[in-house]
Write a protein that binds this ligand. Sequence first.
Ligand SMILES: Nc1ncnc2c1ncn2[C@@H]1O[C@H](COP(=O)(O)OP(=O)(O)OP(=O)(O)O)[C@@H](O)[C@H]1O
Ligand SMILES: [Mg+2]
Length: 352
Amino acid sequence: MHNKKILNIGIDLGTSRSVIVCDNGIRQAIPSFIGYPKDAVSQKLIGGDVVYGEDAIKNRLSVHLYRPFDKGVLLQDKSDKNGEEHIKASEIARSLLRKLIAYAFEEEEDKNLLIRGVIGAPALASLNNKKDFLEIADGVLDDVMIASEPFCVAYGMNILTNALIIDIGAGTTDLCRMHGTIPGADDQITTFKAGDYVDKNFLELIEKKYKEANFTVNMIKRFKEENASISEQGEKLFIELPINGKPTSCDVTSELREACRAIVPDIVEGIRKLVATFDPEFQNDLKQNVILAGGGSRIIGLHKEIENYMKKTLGYGKVTRVEDSLYAGANGALMLCKDMPDEYWDELKTRK
Ligand SMILES: Nc1ncnc2c1ncn2[C@@H]1O[C@H](COP(=O)(O)OP(=O)(O)OP(=O)(O)O)[C@@H](O)[C@H]1O
Ligand SMILES: [Mg+2]
């Protein structure tokens, strides 16, 4: 037993954004990017050995830029589980986690506090790569538990049963069925069609239409986040892209809609599977309570489109969206952290 004061934190380590929420009221979100200077000049420019988040993106020409996760797992050479690549990916992720934890303290870290955290990880990683996450947190957090992101979202909304959470992130879309207990492998489905997939599609469609245009995925991602919609109505959308160096207005209305739509079939198929394999007496309750979370849930018209598909394939469907898509996962992780009794954490330690 300890007699230190406890700082509870909830963390959402995402492919594109990492979020921390603490029970001292502090919360912060940063893009999941880390940059290391390429040479002495860039070191002077960034004023140190490492930059994080927006600063890393801003300085991307002068730093080696990394994202620690891809498609729901730690970036690594899969054939080389204990090799250099893996160690490097772990270090990058640990460094990002340290940066997040530093936000929890207004000044220097208080060594008298016991830092206890629940890390929400992509569903796939939380099932198969739990060890990687525990390794990352080792030495950064005193007590740690890994939970799947969609489960954290549900827990944070106090929705523990008869609900289907769909977390549409950057690397993965995670579907998770809630039925009153901690969800297991059978309750979760992961698809790789999420925000990054939309960006890739959008890029290819624009390249096809405007062959001369010169642009990066970053430029169109921002445009997507401001305009994403799959509704047929609405104004025409024009993006300004350089063609032979000259900014030119390009009509991308149908390209953006098509790119966003590309993630729908897999989501609907996932819903169908999770409903069809659920206890038949409760299937209707599940259809009644489908909740979209994650950055992708903000695509305008997406919840209606999924409802329409559900009506066609399952006879009925009611789909809503979480209000605060950025913080929903980390908020839930914090609640889970606070709700777990001391004995539970002690037991985790003895198992280690
Ligand atoms: N308004 C918006 N419309 C459409 N897409 C958006 C919007 N805002 C954010 N996104 C997209 O949502 C994705 C990020 O969502 P989120 O922050 O939930 O992902 P993540 O947790 O980092 O990723 P993952 O859960 O896959 O690890 C990005 O692809 C981003 O472009
Ligand atoms: Mg996420």
